[in-house]
Design a protein around this ligand. Structure first.
Ligand code: FES
Ligand SMILES: [Fe+2]
Length: 356
C-alpha cells in the first residue's frame, strides 16, 4: 500500500502562476481532476474547464485543440465550448445536445497566483483564500518556479514544516548546524487551519545562501517563522541580521534582511504533487546578480528536496507491511498539519445539504 494522504475537497488550490496562463492551453491536474486553463482575449480573465471533451474525452489541453476567440475547439472532431463550458457547436447537425457541456471551475487570480476551487462551486468563497501579497507588490523582487514531484503531498507538507532538515539535506546552501540544534515553538490555530512554527537562532553561522546574497560577513541572528495555511499555502518569513543589530523600538529593522519564501503545495493526484516555490526580497531589488544567484541557488535547494522526496516515496512504496514512524519534538508542526488536513478531508467529504 503506497503512502497516501487523502485529498481535501472544497478548498482553493494554486493551479498555476499568472504568467503561465495565457492564450496557449495549459493542462494541470488537481486532486485527480484534469483541468485546462487559458485567458480570454479581451479581458484577460482566466478560465478553467474540465480537460476532457464530452464527446470522446479528447484532452482539451492537447493540440490540435485550439482557441477561437474565447471559445475552445476540440482538436478531435470540433465540439466547441464557451468560457462557461457550454457546448455551442457540434459538427454535422444544428441541434447541440442539452447535456453537451464540460464543468467550469471557480477561479481567482490574486498575488500572481491562479487559485482554483476544487469541490462544490456553490461553496467557493474568494475571501477564504490566504494572501501572499509580497509575490505581486511594488518594492519586492521574486524568483520562482514549479517542480512536479512523484510523492504524496503529505510528504511535502512534512518536509516544509520541519526545517531541521536544512542542516543535513541542504548543508552548504541554507543549512547550518544551528537550524537542527535550535528548538522550535509551535502554535496551532485549529479553527483557521493555520500552523505556525518558529525557530529563532542567536549568534548563528550565516549560510552561503544569505552570506553571498546579502554581503553579511560573520555571524548572524536568524529567524524562521513559518505560517502554513492548510491545505495549500506555506509562508516562511525569514530574517537574518548581523549579530548586534536589533529592531528599532518602532519595529523597523534597518540592519536586517527580510526574505519571504512561499510554497504552494498542490496535490495533483495519488502520489503526485506540484511544488510551487518562490523567494521574494525587498532588499537589493535592482541587483540582477543577486536575483540570479537566488534563483539558481534556491532551485538547487528545491531540487535537493525533490530528489529526496521522490526517493522517500519509492522507499515507502516498497514497505510490505504497515510501518511505524518515530516522531520527536521537531515534528510537532508537521503532526499538527496532518491533524488539520485530516479534518479538512473529512469536512470536504461530507455531503452538502442542499436547500431546495
Ligand atoms: S472528442 Fe472532442 S469532438 Fe470528439
Ligand atoms: Fe528543504
Amino acid at each position: 500500500m503506497p503512502h497516501t494522504t487523502a485529498f481535501a475537497r472544497n478548498q482553493w488550490y494554486v493551479a498555476a502562476y499568472s504568467h503561465e496562463v495565457g492564450r496557449e492551453l495549459l493542462g494541470r491536474t488537481i486532486l485527480g481532476e484534469t483541468l485546462v486553463l487559458y485567458r480570454t482575449e479581451e479581458e484577460g480573465t482566466p478560465v478553467v474547464l474540465h480537460d476532457r471533451c464530452v464527446h470522446r474525452r479528447y484532452p482539451l489541453s492537447e493540440a490540435p485543440t485550439r482557441l477561437d476567440g474565447d471559445r475552445i475547439v476540440c482538436g478531435y472532431h470540433g465540439f466547441t465550448y464557451d468560457t462557461t463550458g457550454t457546448c455551442v457547436y457540434v459538427p454535422g447537425q444544428k441541434r447541440v445536445p442539452r447535456t453537451a457541456r464540460v464543468a467550469s471551475y471557480p477561479v481567482i487570480e490574486q498575488d500572481s497566483l491562479i487559485w482554483v476551487w476544487i469541490g462544490d462551486p456553490a461553496l467557493a468563497d474568494p475571501q477564504s483564500i490566504p494572501r501572499a501579497k509580497h509575490l505581486d507588490s511594488p518594492g519586492w523582487v521574486t524568483v520562482r518556479g514549479m517542480e512536479p514531484i512523484d510523492c504524496d503531498y503529505g510528504l511535502l507538507v512534512d518536509n516544509l514544516l520541519d526545517l531541521s532538515h536544512e542542516t543535513y539535506l541542504h548543508g552548504g546552501y541554507i543549512g547550518t548546524p544551528e537550524v537542527a540544534e535550535t528548538p522550535i515553538t509551535t502554535e496551532v490555530d485549529e479553527g483557521a487551519g493555520i500552523v505556525r512554527v518558529s525557530r529563532h537562532m542567536d549568534d548563528a553561522e550565516c549560510p552561503p545562501f544569505y552570506a553571498k546574497s546579502t554581503g553579511i560577513e560573520g555571524r548572524i541572528n536568524r529567524w524562521q517563522d513559518i505560517e502554513y495555511h492548510a491545505p495549500c499555502l506555506y509562508l516562511l518569513h525569514s530574517r537574518v541580521a548581523p549579530v548586534g543589530v536589533l529592531p528599532e523600538p518602532d519595529g523597523s529593522d534597518p540592519g536586517g534582511f527580510h526574505t519571504e519564501i512561499t510554497y504552494a503545495i498542490t496535490p495533483a493526484g495519488d502520489g503526485k504533487v506540484y511544488d510551487f516555490w518562490a523567494v521574494s526580497r525587498d532588499w537589493a531589488t535592482d541587483d540582477a546578480e543577486v536575483t540570479e544567484f537566488m534563483r539558481a541557488n534556491n532551485h538547487t535547494v528545491v531540487m535537493q528536496d525533490v530528489t529526496a522526496l521522490n526517493l522517500l516515496q519509492k522507499t515507502l512504496g516498497t514497505e510490505r507491511h504497515g510501518y511505524q514512524e518515530l516522531s520527536i519534538n521537531i515534528d510537532t508542526g508537521g503532526l499538527a498539519a496532518r491533524r488539520i488536513l485530516a479534518r479538512l478531508v473529512e469536512e470536504g467529504d461530507k455531503p452538502v445539504e442542499k436547500v431546495l
